[in-house]
Ligand binder design. Structure first.
Ligand SMILES: Cc1ncc(COP(=O)(O)O)c(C=O)c1O
Length: 375
């Protein structure tokens, strides 16, 4: 049986060159905070990584902070910018990842002076910049947290438009770019993004490592206190080998980016066209015309439940996901589907593509999907 992995929004395979650089870096066991030669060597690897990541993103190395994952980056960005910036309003959307929504709710629980304002989303998951502007006019001292691409339906945010409004109304702007890092180009110093979260395992790097961009001059302090690493923002001995691996993974992503993104776009377009032609009973969730090119969410009018459907696909060697893998692989109870009014009798399946997928895999997957639907 051929195994087909269509769950790249959940996590991506490690690039073989990333495994090599991690193995080599693991041999350099010095602590980057030690002043002897072992420590200096580790520190060198750490700072070279910071410089390389900053170069890819058009910012300065001192604006990059290493963290343990995207969730931690989101937690630092929200909790500490609210604490340090005297923020009283968090403006966000109901389709953010739980790492943002749950964190915002916890901030409001701990500090009753902080209010959360959710933008309205329509049935395609779109919100309006006009409403964002109204919120920004009504709620001064705000933090706006809007994800770059939604991990369940793929919708892309207009980072420039949101950033311009935040600048106009002196609000902080955080974006969760966990799904888009390595897939889109960023020029952060030219943007009005105050903070941006990323996670290595979504771009062919290892799990358990990420970073947070914080624009110079932003008032912020440590969430995890201790030895003062990462310029007092994130204490704890740095995971040098994984940081080196993450940097390699990001560098590889930005090599021939256009070629790779065009390839994935063709795979996704072929998948979508094949569904439209052969399985017209299936529709698509989200705004497929303004979507991340790796993600396609299907709405299938059957009542058997996502888990059963995913199980049947798995038996045929197909790995996909029900909504978001971060919420246990099932679309049941997905807050994103609920927000777009999709809580009817259907199964929502997320397919997410990578450069390793082929047109033949897509054809075979469509064939298996129709067999399951006919059974
Ligand atoms: C949009 C988004 N934000 C945050 C996360 C959490 O990232 P991590 O797994 O690195 O904590 C994910 C993971 O799926 C995600 O898709």
């Amino acid at each position: 049986m051929q195994n087909m992995y269509f769950d790249n929004a959940a996590t991506t395979p490690l690039h073989p060159e990333v495994i090599t650089v991690i193995s080599e870096a693991l041999m350099e066991y010095g602590n980057p905070s030690s002043i002897h030669s072992y420590g200096r060597k580790a520190k060198g690897l750490l700072e070279e990584s910071r410089v390389a990541i900053a170069k890819h993103l058009g910012c300065t190395p001192s604006e990059i902070y290493f963290t343990s994952c995207g969730t931690e980056s989101n937690n630092i960005a929200l909790r500490k910018s609210v604490d340090c910036g005297g923020i009283q309003h968090i403006i966000t959307s109901p389709i953010e990842h739980h790492a943002v929504l749950g964190t915002a709710q916890d901030i409001a629980r701990l500090n009753p002076k902080v209010e959360i304002h959710l933008l309205d989303v329509d049935s395609k998951g779109n919100y309006s910049l006009d409403q964002l502007e109204q919120f920004l006019q009504s709620y001064p001292k705000a933090l706006v947290s809007i994800m770059h691409a939604n991990n369940e339906i793929g919708n892309l945010a207009n980072l420039e438009g949101i950033g311009n409004l935040c600048l106009k109304h002196s609000a902080l702007f955080h974006t969760d770019a966990v799904q888009t890092m390595g897939y889109f180009s960023f020029n952060l110093n030219k943007s009005n993004i105050t903070m941006l979260s990323a996670s290595a395992h979504k771009f062919n790097g290892p799990k358990g490592i990420g970073f947070l961009y914080i624009k110079k001059g932003t008032k912020i302090e440590a969430l995890i206190t201790g030895g003062g690493q990462e310029r007092n923002i994130r204490a704890g001995t740095e995971n040098v080998a994984y940081i080196v691996g993450m940097t390699k993974a990001l560098s590889l992503c930005y090599e021939h980016l256009e070629e790779k993104s065009n390839y994935i776009k063709r795979i996704r377009a072929h998948f979508k066209r094949s569904i439209e032609k052969k399985l017209p009973q299936i529709s698509f969730n989200g705004d497929t015309e303004n979507s991340h090119y790796t993600i396609l969410s299907l709405r299938i009018p059957v009542s058997e439940g996502a888990e059963m459907f995913l199980f049947n696909l798995d038996l045929k060697g197909i790995s996909a996901s029900g909504g978001s893998a971060c919420s246990s692989g099932a679309s049941k109870g997905s807050h994103v589907m609920e927000a777009i009014g999709n809580n009817g009798n259907c199964v929502n399946l997320r397919f997410s593509f990578g450069t390793h997928n082929t047109m033949e895999e897509v054809d075979s997957c469509i064939q298996h999907l129709s067999e399951i639907l006919e059974a």
